[in-house]
Write a protein that binds this ligand. Structure first.
Ligand code: BG6
Length: 299
């Protein structure tokens, strides 16, 4: 298939088809197991992932706007080239841009794949003067796998931050735990001193906004209420951000319902601190694979 294709050129009967989220064009991926996912062209944003049992693995706010140029609240926003606040808009330039369809496939093992790309154009270069090409490959099988590639298409090196800002659905944040961060250094965005995480299990009883660096490649989100564990396996993405806005911040976010903080937790995988330096013509690749397991299952 062409390097850049029309959206409908990606469709594969029974496996990849059109979907829409509000006014935003999207692709629906269907796996033979019954699992399904949805990918909006804006931001190359995965807005839904259901397993073969039909249960939602990702949180998507009922208050989210699905409007061109406005960030989507939930799913998997792609953060690039700036994480959080800074000279560029919060979380960078990629999540609110229309990405282009590139290719699709059903792999030999049955995985259903869609690839979208974003290239710097005049408007992007006016904000961030570094020519780049991003590619996000989404593969749906019994797992959901997201591979983000960043290419420096210019003549000068640049440095960037990138993250998959995944919102997981949990039955109740009060019971949810994040496992796998013990021993990692953290920086707290809510003003606590930096330190070394000592807790084997991170539980939630207040606003949480923390960057962990040098995190081992497997992290788990336990949701005892749903008797489910979400296993996150990452490659080339050394950092993890854990975020829950809790009561007061949720009230301030107009695209998040007041009580929705209870059914979400963000566990974001990425390369944040230090930023990644990329020489002209070089390519960086980061990958995260999500797998839902029943409580007590190995993994
Ligand atoms: C997290 C940040 O990654 O994203 C938080 O650490 C921020 O500080 C959150 O509040 C949500 O950001 P936004 O721009 O999507 O509201």
């Amino acid at each position: 298939m062409n390097r850049e294709a029309r959206l409908d050129a990606l469709f594969i009967p029974g496996r990849l088809g059109p979907a829409a989220r509000g006014g935003l064009p999207a692709i629906e991926l269907r796996h033979a197991s019954g699992a399904r996912a949805e990918l909006a062209l804006q931001g190359a944003h995965v807005t839904a992932w259901q397993g073969a049992d039909g249960a939602d693995r990702l949180f998507l706010s009922r208050c989210s706007r699905f409007q061109a140029g406005v960030p989507i609240r939930g799913g998997v926003p792609v953060v690039f080239p700036q994480f959080g606040a800074g000279p560029l808009p919060q979380h960078g330039l990629a999540r609110t841009r229309a990405w282009r369809p590139v290719r699709s496939a059903v792999e030999a093992d049955g995985a259903v794949v869609a690839v979208l790309a974003l290239e710097s154009d005049e408007a992007l270069l006016a904000l961030w003067p570094h020519p780049f090409r991003l590619e996000l490959a989404v593969a749906l099988a019994d797992t959901l796998s997201l591979s983000l590639a960043v290419e420096n298409t210019g003549t000068k090196p640049f440095a960037f931050q990138a993250a998959l800002h995944t919102y997981f659905r949990v039955s109740d944040i009060a019971g949810a735990r994040v496992i796998g961060l013990a021993g990692s250094a953290f920086q707290d965005f809510l003003g606590k001193l930096p330190g070394l995480e000592r807790r084997e299990a991170l539980a939630f009883d207040a606003e949480t906004d923390r960057l962990f660096t040098g995190v081992p490649d497997v992290v788990r989100v336990e949701d005892p209420g749903a008797r489910r564990v979400l296993r996150i396996e990452k490659r080339g993405m050394p950092d993890v951000v854990v975020w829950n806005p809790w009561i007061d911040k949720a009230r301030c976010l107009e695209d998040l319902g007041d009580n929705e903080y209870r059914t979400m937790v963000c566990v974001e995988t990425g390369a944040i601190r230090p930023p990644i330096g990329l020489a002209p013509g070089s390519r960086w690749l980061g990958r995260t694979v999500f797998r839902a397991l029943q409580e007590g299952a190995p993994g």
